[in-house]
Each structure stands twice: as structure tokens, then as C-alpha cells.
Ligand binder design. Structure first.
Ligand code: ATP
Ligand code: MG
Length: 351
């Protein structure tokens, strides 16, 4: 069976980290005899420059046909003066919504090789291993919005169905990890949060009695993430709270260049991308850390390609390579491709 992967380099360091990821993936395919069928497409600023739009129709079609989409990053100062609805980022939002990816998974792991870079003391941060499951296609970002006279409004609406599917995904993940799920809401003031809480309690007590459910108000959660990050296993939350909390949690890891993400729907292609942006300040210099991208590939092996053994080996290879090879963001001198080659070398040993 051949795996169909759509590569979308995008802008800035997006292309550099994707090239690094491709190097590692080619090594993996060679070592395991996997057949991978690649297509490449334009998105973001690169697509605007070439095609006049941030997500060309044929790229969207290719994404729908693929088993997985691997994306670098989109955006940059070159396109900042375009009107809001013509910006590079619009291409990514359109892709997420066309693929119906309602859950965004973001692991936050504080690694031994990066803990000294964390702004939180090592004795508090080390050992942190959190999986965020953020609802991605509902809530305030997608509700009715507008202005009336001198006021403005954004409607936050969630259906039982929208909550249930993402909570289930989070609970299944918790079961495969340490068995704890934390729901973050604001049920003391928000009606949607009260629905989130009711639906979550119902699903967990009925279908996941083995899972420990913790419920936190979002204001308290912002503090607990900094004071006791190790206590969390899986955190599930709505779109807005997830957006804010995942950025907060990202700084715990010591470098944004380390963090991967997967956006998943009920079926169809998953979308995998590092959480960092196009980093125009370091683009073209070979300084980008490719680990966020390579960890995203490990998530792709797990969730879209059904290759958990390979995913595990890849993660082991990343850990081993980090002990020898240190990129610029972590205080070393290794280039993007040095890191990719170190991981590819370790992979041979891990398989
Ligand atoms: P965007 O609007 O695309 O999110 P941004 O400037 O807000 O862009 P990033 O592009 O993620 O955010 O960059 C934030 C900072 O982190 C920059 O200083 C950048 O150089 C650094 N950075 C981002 N990704 C990496 C990486 N993979 N390796 C090293 N440094 C990185
Ligand atoms: Mg940003």
C-alpha cells in the first residue's frame, strides 16, 4: 500500500523544516520498505505570489485525496499589507475547515536537553508531558459576529455533538497515556461551558469510567500550567481557551521550534504542522530547529498512516539525536539539516 502525502512548504522557514522532515521520512521509508507517494503544493504567501490566492483549488483537491498533509508555515511581512481576507493565513484556515479537522492535538513535552531554556524552574518544569486537545472548528471563532451601531459582538455557540466528538478523542488519548483528563472551562459564567461540563461528565462516567476527570476554570488553569505542569496528562478545551493555553504552555518547553501539532477530523486527511510560524527573522539561514516538524511526522505516522512502531522509533531517534546535536535556538550551532541528518542516523539504530 502506498501512503499519499501532500507536502505544503509554505513560507519562510516552512520550506526549510519541511525539507529536513522529508529527509528523515525518506530514511524511514528506505529502512522499513514503505512506499510513499508525495505531491507538493503551494499555500500561503508562496501561493499568493504565484497564483494570486492563498489556497489554489487544485491544492485543496490534492489535500482531499491525500492520507495526510504536512505543512511548513505560512505568512510573513511581505504580505502584511494585503487586506485581511487575502492574507496567507486565510489559506490555512480554509484548508483546516475544508478538511473538517475539528480537533487540534498539541503535545507539550519538556525535554531534558531544553529544560534549562524554560522560563519555569527546572524542578517544576522537568518531566512535563501534556497533550492538549483543542476544539478547532466551533465556538467564538466561527460564531456569528458583527457590529451594531457603536457595539460589536461575537457569538459563542457549541452543540452537544461538537463537544462530544472532541471529548471522546481526548478521552481515548488519555486512556492510551496516564489515564487523566482535565476539562478547562468557565462554567461559573458561560452557558456554553456549562454544556461542555455536562456533556463531558456524562461521557466520561458512562463510557470512560477508568479515566480520572478533573475540571478546572480557565483562569485557574493558566496558573496551574505554570505552577504544577507535571500534574496534567490530557487537557481538553474549547477553541478560544485552547488557543490561549497552548501558547502559554508552549513557552514551558524552552523553544517553540520543538512543538508539533496534528489536526484531525472524523475521517479523511489529517493536517500536521509544527506550531511555530514562518520566522522571517531567521529564514534562509539554516538556523531553524526542525524538531517541531519531525515530531509532527511522528504524529502523522500514528494517526494517519497507521505506523505506531515507526512513530515510536522516530521519537526515540529524536531524543537520542538531541543528546548529541544542539540547534541554535537551544544554544548550540547545529543547522537545520545537521539536526535532520543526526535524527536520520539515529533512526537506523532505533528501528
Ligand atoms: P507567525 O505570525 O507566522 O506566527 P511569529 O513571528 O508570530 O510568526 P514565529 O514565526 O513562530 O512567530 O517566530 C517566533 C520566534 O520564534 C522568532 O524569533 C523565530 O525566529 C523563533 N522560531 C520560530 N520557529 C523556530 C524554529 N523552528 N527554530 C528556531 N526558532 C524558531
Ligand atoms: Mg505568531
Amino acid at each position: 500500500m502506498s501512503h499519499r502525502i501532500l507536502l505544503l512548504p509554505g513560507d519562510g522557514i516552512g520550506a526549510e523544516v519541511l525539507e529536513a522532515g522529508r529527509h528523515v521520512l525518506d530514511q524511514l521509508a528506505l529502512a522499513r520498505g514503505l512506499s510513499i507517494n508525495y505531491e507538493t503544493g503551494l499555500i500561503g504567501g508562496a501561493a499568493i505570489d504565484d497564483m494570486g490566492e492563498p489556497l489554489p483549488a487544485d491544492v485543496l483537491e490534492a489535500a482531499r485525496r491525500a492520507d495526510a498533509v504536512l505543512l511548513g508555515a505560512v505568512g510573513g511581512p511581505k504580505w502584511h499589507d494585503l487586506p485581511g481576507n487575502k492574507r496567507p493565513e486565510v489559506g490555512l484556515l480554509a484548508l483546516r475547515s475544508a478538511l473538517g479537522v475539528y480537533a487540534n492535538l498539541r503535545p507539550i513535552i519538556v525535554r531534558p536537553g531544553a529544560v534549562d531554556r524554560s522560563p519555569v524552574k527546572a524542578e517544576i518544569a522537568s518531566g512535563t508531558d501534556i497533550l492538549f486537545v483543542r476544539e478547532l472548528t466551533g465556538g467564538l471563532y466561527f460564531g456569528d459576529k458583527g457590529t451594531e451601531g457603536d457595539s460589536a459582538y461575537d457569538i459563542c455557540r457549541y452543540s452537544r455533538h461538537e463537544i462530544e466528538r472532541v471529548v471522546r478523542m481526548a478521552a481515548i488519548a488519555a486512556r492510551q497515556r496516564r489515564g487523566k483528563l482535565s476539562l478547562v472551562d468557565k462554567a461559573n459564567v458561560m452557558e456554553t461551558s456549562r454544556l461542555w461540563r455536562a456533556v463531558t461528565q456524562e461521557i466520561i462516567s458512562r463510557d470512560f469510567p477508568d479515566i480520572e476527570l478533573e475540571i478546572l476554570l480557565v483562569d485557574a488553569a493558566t496558573m496551574h500550567l505554570i505552577t504544577r505542569p507535571r500534574d496534567f496528562d490530557v487537557i481538553v478545551t474549547e477553541n478560544l481557551f485552547g488557543d490561549i493555553l497552548t501558547d502559554e504552555a508552549s513557552v514551558l518547553t524552552g523553544s517553540i521550534g520543538l512543538i508539533p501539532s496534528a489536526s484531525l477530523g472524523a475521517s479523511g486527511a489529517g493536517l500536521y504542522e509544527p506550531v511555530h510560524g514562518s520566522a522571517p527573522d531567521i529564514a534562509g539561514q539554516g538556523k531553524a530547529n526542525p524538531i517541531g516538524m519531525i515530531e509532527s511526522i511522528a504524529m502523522m505516522l500514528d494517526h494517519s498512516l497507521g505506523l505506531p512502531t515507526e512513530a515510536k522509533a522516530l521519537r526515540a531517534a529524536i531524543g537520542a539525536a538531541m543528546a548529541q546535536c544542539v540547534t541554535v535556538d537551544l544554544g548550540g550551532t547545529a543547522s537545520t539539516m545537521d539536526m535532520a541528518r543526526a535524527i536520520a542516523d539515529q533512526l537506523d539504530r532505533a528501528l
